[in-house]
Every structure is written in structure tokens, then in C-alpha cells.
Design a protein around this ligand. Structure first.
Ligand code: RB5
Length: 157
């Protein structure tokens, strides 16, 4: 499988660990940076890079890591066609695939330990989209990708 990986500085070490784990398992891993933990960088750049690689078909799935997984997931999800899920363990990783057909998996280098992270990535890749009732919901997400923002109701907080 072709897998694009990316992180900011806070996710660098876990990204490196996951990239090595995936390469050891025989996957074709493309590392889109960042290249070290010392320089503070901004996660949107790397979330966009991974999301674009998947959306453009250069990668089958993406792996994103920042401090919590959340910011880089928000960035990846801005790319049309991307369904990026923050996962914390084997169960959330499996369900991200089975129910949400996630094509980018995101984790936190400051929140998820290395064994949990490698177990989660393995569970994500081993799982398959269940289809059925979930197809309609995925189609609704795709509609949001193309919807004119002026047609949407105002968001509330
Ligand atoms: C960087 O300090 C941190 O804010 C970032 O990696 C991430 O956790 C944001 O979601």
C-alpha cells in the first residue's frame, strides 16, 4: 500500500516511528515532513500535504501526527475528498475505517504511546469499510465537499 506520512515538530518522533513500522511491514511510505523536532513548524502545511497526496491518488492512505492529532486532522479535512480521523487506540482506528471509511488516520505524539500507536495503525490498515448504511453518510460528507458555503446554515458554537 502507498502511504503518505506527515507531522509537525510535536508529532515528528511518532511519525518517524510509524513510518519505519509501515516500511518494515512492506508498505511504500512517502514522508512529506517535517524533517526534525527542533524547528517549530505549523501543522496545516503537513496536513494539507498528506491530504493532497491521498486526494490526488498519489497515496492510498495518509498518516498524520501532531501534538494531539487534532490540528493536523482539521487541516487534512480541508482537502476535498479527505476523511481524516483522530484515533486513540485499536477500537477507534478500526471504527474509523469500518464506519467512516477514513482515508487519513491522525494521532497525537504527545497523547498516544508508541505501542498503542503501532497497534492502532495496524488495526486501521487491517480493517475495511463496512458499506451498507454507512455509504449514505459518506455520500453526505462528499456533498459537503462540493457545497457552496452560502447554501449552508450558519454554524453555532
Ligand atoms: C504544537 O505545539 C501543537 O499545538 C500541535 O502539534 C497540535 O497539537 C495541534 O493540534
Amino acid at each position: 500500500m502507498r502511504i503518505a506520512v506527515g507531522s509537525d515538530h510535536a508529532g515528528y518522533e511518532l511519525k518517524e516511528l510509524l513510518a519505519a513500522h509501515l516500511a518494515d511491514a512492506g508498505h511504500d511510505v512517502e514522508d512529506l515532513g517535517t524533517d526534525g523536532p527542533e524547528r517549530s513548524v505549523d501543522y496545516p502545511e503537513y496536513g494539507e500535504a498528506v491530504g493532497s497526496a491521498v486526494a490526488d491518488g498519489r497515496a492510498d492512505v495518509g498518516v498524520c501526527v501532531c501534538g494531539t492529532g487534532m490540528g493536523i486532522a482539521m487541516a487534512a479535512n480541508k482537502v476535498a475528498g479527505i476523511r481524516a480521523a483522530v484515533v486513540h487506540d485499536v477500537t477507534t482506528a478500526r471504527l474509523a475505517r469500518e464506519h467512516n471509511d477514513a482515508n487519513v488516520v491522525c494521532m497525537g505524539g504527545r497523547t498516544t504511546g508508541s505501542q498503542t500507536a503501532t497497534d492502532a495503525i495496524d488495526a486501521f490498515l487491517a480493517a475495511s469499510f463496512e458499506g451498507g448504511r454507512h455509504v449514505r453518510r459518506i455520500d453526505e460528507l462528499a456533498r459537503l465537499d462540493s457545497a457552496d458555503s452560502e447554501e449552508r446554515p450558519p454554524t453555532r458554537s
